[in-house]
Design a protein around this ligand. Structure first.
Ligand SMILES: *Cc1c(COP(=O)(O)O)cnc(C)c1O
Length: 375
């Protein structure tokens, strides 16, 4: 999976070295996102991944004076998160190469996604989750028939255990960043945005944990640029939770060298899907941000929960905290933007995946009634 030479220099507590990227070669006439992927269409399972809505939240456009604000709702994917784009390509790759078992570590969404898409593809899925993963994501994975193992500590531990499992017992590892198809699969979101807008947006807001979605977003636009379909790469705003900000820290210091602390700084945020001690795709994420003038900044848990509530109550779009993080990033950054520019907020996961954290900004009725006189 990794470049053997580069990955041999890996230090514990540091992002993976030698992460591979797929290269686009030759020409392409089609605008179909699937035709941009390195596996032929016949191998993809029959489950409708992608083609998610890009829509204009009228109430927010008016409230903030951004007539070109768009929401890309990837929470409507079959398992409720953008991770399905990666699982879809991984499943097709496995089918093409006769691989029967896929092994994956996840904070929750990549696992439930691989379990669901893998079920549609007839694959066996071995899943490692931290024991603290939201219950809905575990139940989902079990419903889809995955074999679930809980790691006692955290996601980083689940990651190591899953690698040890695939190295010693077999199966193809789908860990995010480690398997290059995970980055490549996620690029279809940018190709769809381009098709839907008929141009590249000026700004894209992305929430960032391991930095794979962000690199996938860049890869899609880079392919479009290479093919001459667009003439610029949008400004990517990489938004992190202030309690899980390794990529922001690396942007500020220039690299990850100073982060080889022992023990590594423990991530803590309400946005479980972006809670990562060591971002596995940190190096590529940083390289893309530097090469294309991207920004990286933080939002607090309070800002994330307020953003989640505002999206739900003004747009009818209920997203999980890690997804609402991208919208919290837009709110934080908007004063510095030209309000006539096209801004796309990428909403990566459905709110029903973690209802516990969604109770922070609402009041649940305490008692039931028998008659309206009690109101
Ligand atoms: C995985 C995930 C992210 C972050 O993606 P990374 O590739 O880890 O940066 C954001 N939001 C949701 C809902 C996710 O599941």
């Amino acid at each position: 999976m990794l470049c053997p030479e580069c990955s041999s220099t890996h230090k514990s507590g540091q992002p993976l070295n030698g992460v591979l990227e797929v290269e686009l070669s030759g020409t392409l006439e089609s605008n179909d996102p699937l035709d941009f992927l390195p596996v032929e269409g016949q191998y993809f399972p029959a489950i409708p991944v992608g083609n998610t809505p890009l829509w204009q939240p009228e109430n927010l456009q008016k409230k903030y004076g951004f007539p070109e604000l768009y929401l890309k709702d990837d929470g409507v994917n079959p398992t409720g998160s953008l991770k399905d784009r990666a699982s879809f390509l991984v499943a097709a790759f496995a089918r093409k190469h006769g691989i029967r078992e896929v092994v994956v570590a996840s904070t929750g969404n990549a696992g439930s996604s691989m379990a669901g898409v893998g079920a549609a593809a007839g694959l066996k899925v071995k899943l490692f989750l931290p024991k603290t993963a939201p219950q809905a994501k575990m139940i989902q994975a079990l419903q889809y028939g995955a074999d679930l193992v809980l790691a006692d500590k955290n996601y980083d531990q689940a990651f190591s255990l899953s690698l040890e499992y695939s190295n010693t017992r077999g199966g193809m590892n789908r860990n995010t960043a480690y398997n290059p198809m995970t980055i490549e699969g996620k690029k279809t979101v940018s190709i769809e945005i381009f098709k839907q807008l008929k141009k590249a947006p000026d700004h894209v807001f992305v929430s960032v944990g391991d930095g794979v979605i962000m690199s996938g977003v860049y890869k899609g636009f880079r392919d479009l640029l290479q093919l001459g379909r667009i003439d610029k790469i949008p400004v990517v705003h990489a938004v992190q939770a202030s309690g899980s900000d390794a990529i922001c820290r690396a942007m500020e210091s220039g690299d990850f060298d100073g982060q080889a602390e022992s023990p590594v700084r423990a991530a803590k945020t309400v946005a479980d899907s972006i809670s990562v001690d060591t971002p596995s795709n940190g190096h590529l994420a940083l390289k893309n941000l530097k090469a294309f003038g991207g920004h990286c900044f933080r939002v607090t848990d309070e800002e994330i929960l307020c953003a989640q509530k505002e999206l739900s109550s003004t747009c009818g779009l209920f997203s999980e905290p890690a997804a609402a993080t991208a919208y919290a990033g837009f709110l934080k950054q908007k004063a510095a933007l030209d309000s006539n520019e096209t801004c796309v907020v990428l909403l990566t996961g459905n709110g029903l995946k973690d209802i516990n954290s969604a109770t922070a900004k609402i009041v649940v009725p305490e008692k039931s009634i028998n008659s309206l006189d009690e109101l």
